[in-house]
Design a protein around this ligand. Structure first.
Ligand code: NAP
Length: 471
């Protein structure tokens, strides 16, 4: 079994001060995949100091120079796409067919930030003042396991473009793509200290990173509970904090929407990546007049998605990312049953033929009321709650009756009707009639789903300060 025993600090692979190890587990087979060293708080200090030392020169590079490094990094990543897909598939359980598309295709979006580096050159003369943009400084990045490469790119690419330096700590169960990225950083000769990687446990390293006096900004993607803790800890030193957190997104299907298309798209949206997609639309709101028809369609579409081995090219639905996540999801399915929701398909039994691994049957509940636990809490598993409604006003009210506001969807008779409803949903995104995911559009949450925006032109705005120079 491969052992990753070094950390990437100050442009070099160095021995960790930490001594513990994390064993990465393939959640489909429960077999160990690799062992990775756990950094210690002393390593946090080393990495942050390296990023601080690199900041003075990196922040003064031209946007053209930074763009060139970003393009080189993208090429280096492109060359290793299959390796990245396998690494992600084996550690978090995304079927390989889907890993290539939804986990790794984001590499192409990396280069977009090469062009966006020029955003830093934008200046404005206001009366006697010159208003300029400057990089925010040393950034600490903490990322989750569900789309681990996408999370890396959404933070690292704009930070590089802006002229920031950084320390990245990925989820402890999925660090392999980050280690590959660090190898690419070394290969293209990014100046030492600009990018530093610490593997290890968030519970052990998080506080040291977030409270370090030399860290200027923390960007965190993960659960709302951990995000709230990070925000509290960072408050003492008034760091900028960008939080990309959980969601419980609604999909409103209107009375005159193309029902089969809408339900099929809604089911697939949740089931791909086994429901571990922060923006997936897990509350399906259906007009009462079409509810029974929608339930039949939802059952059919969920059951026709093959559950299988992650290296089988036919598999649509793999395991959850870990046995612990499986337990969490089963707990929610039990809660749904206890609170009176009825199973359309799925449930707590293992899918047929899978007596091990973190597999959960694709599950759809009917007769769900929006106040039930399964409609209010983020499950992060392949579970859909079908909620009936009587009027479109009621549907919008139910959609907005959530502590979260990350994403949403509408299926209507046409885009114009869908857009009218989209404007009334309190969420950072809305997908109308199955609109495609767009790497050039900002992503972020309202309410307890977070407070920043990643991706697109807005992605870089998080990473600069604004200075007024009075002349
Ligand atoms: P999590 O438990 O909050 O973990 C996320 C990251 O935080 C991991 O790197 C974790 O390290 C680290 N961490 C854990 N405890 C910490 C602490 N006390 N201080 C600092 N860092 C700590 O979340 P998760 O369960 O891995 O991820 C799923 C969540 O992420 C879901 O709620 C999902 O909606 C959200 N998410 C949001 C977006 C978005 O764009 N809004 C995107 C993707 C995912 P360890 O791995 O070592 O525990």
């Amino acid at each position: 079994m491969k052992r990753y025993e070094k950390l990437f600090i100050n442009g070099q692979w160095v021995a960790a001060e930490g001594t513990g190890w994390t064993t990465l587990i393939n959640p489909a087979t429960e077999a160990p995949v690799a062992e990775v060293i756990n950094a210690s708080q002393a390593d946090v200090d080393k990495a942050v100091k390296a990023a601080r030392a690199a900041f003075s020169s990196w922040s003064q590079t031209s946007s053209a120079e930074r763009a060139e490094y970003i393009r080189k990094l993208q090429k280096a990543l492109e060359a290793r796409k299959e390796e990245l897909a396998i690494a992600i598939s084996q550690t978090m359980g995304c079927p390989i067919k889907w890993a290539r598309i939804i986990q790794v295709n984001c590499v192409a979006a990396f280069a977009k930030f090469a062009d966006r580096a020029a955003e830093m050159d934008v200046e404005k003369q206001v009366n006697n003042s010159l208003v300029v943009r400057e990089p925010v400084g040393v950034c600490a990045f903490i990322t989750p396991w569900n789309y681990p490469l996408y999370q890396l790119i959404g933070k690292v690419a704009p930070a590089l473009a802006a002229g920031c330096t950084m320390v990245l700590k990925p989820a402890s169960i999925t660090p392999l793509q980050d280690l590959i990225f660090a190898e690419c950083v070394e290969e293209i000769g990014l100046p030492a200290g600009v990018f530093n990687l610490l593997t290890g446990k968030g519970g052990e390293l998080g506080d040291a990173l977030v409270t370090h006096p030399e860290v200027d900004m923390v960007s965190f993607t993960g659960s709302t509970g951990t995000g709230a803790r990070i925000q509290r800890l960072a408050a003492d030193s008034i760091k900028r904090v960008c939080l990309e957190l959980g969601g419980k997104s609604p999909l409103i299907i209107t009375e005159d929407a193309p029902l089969a298309e809408a339900v099929r798209s809604g089911v697939r949206d949740v089931m791909i990546n086994s429901g571990q997609t922060c923006i997936c639309q897990t509350r399906m709101l259906v007009p009462r007049s079409r509810y029974e028809e929608a339930v039949v369609l939802a059952k059919q579409y969920a059951e026709e998605m093959p559950v299988g081995a992650i290296d089988d090219e036919n598999t649509d639905i793999g395991p959850l990312s870990s046995l612990a996540q499986r337990e969490t999801v089963l707990k929610y399915i039990r809660a749904g049953l206890e609170e009176g929701a009825k199973l359309v398909t799925g449930g707590v039994e293992r899918p047929e033929g899978f007596d091990k691994g973190a597999y959960v049957r694709p599950t759809i509940f009917r007769d769900v009321h929006n106040k039930m636990t399964i409609a209010q809490e983020e499950i992060f598993g392949p579970v859909i709650a079908m909620i009936p409604y009587d009027t479109i006003e009621e549907a919008i009210e139910i959609a907005n009756d959530s502590k979260y506001g990350l994403s949403s969807g509408v299926w209507a008779a046409n885009k114009e009707e869908g857009l009218k409803i989209a404007r009334r949903i309190r969420a950072g995104q809305c997908y109308v009639n199955g609109g495609d995911f767009n790497y050039d559009a900002p992503l972020g949450g309202y309410k307890q789903s977070g407070n920043g925006r990643e991706w697109g032109d807005f992605g870089i705005h998080e990473f600069y300060e604004i200075k007024s120079i009075q002349l």
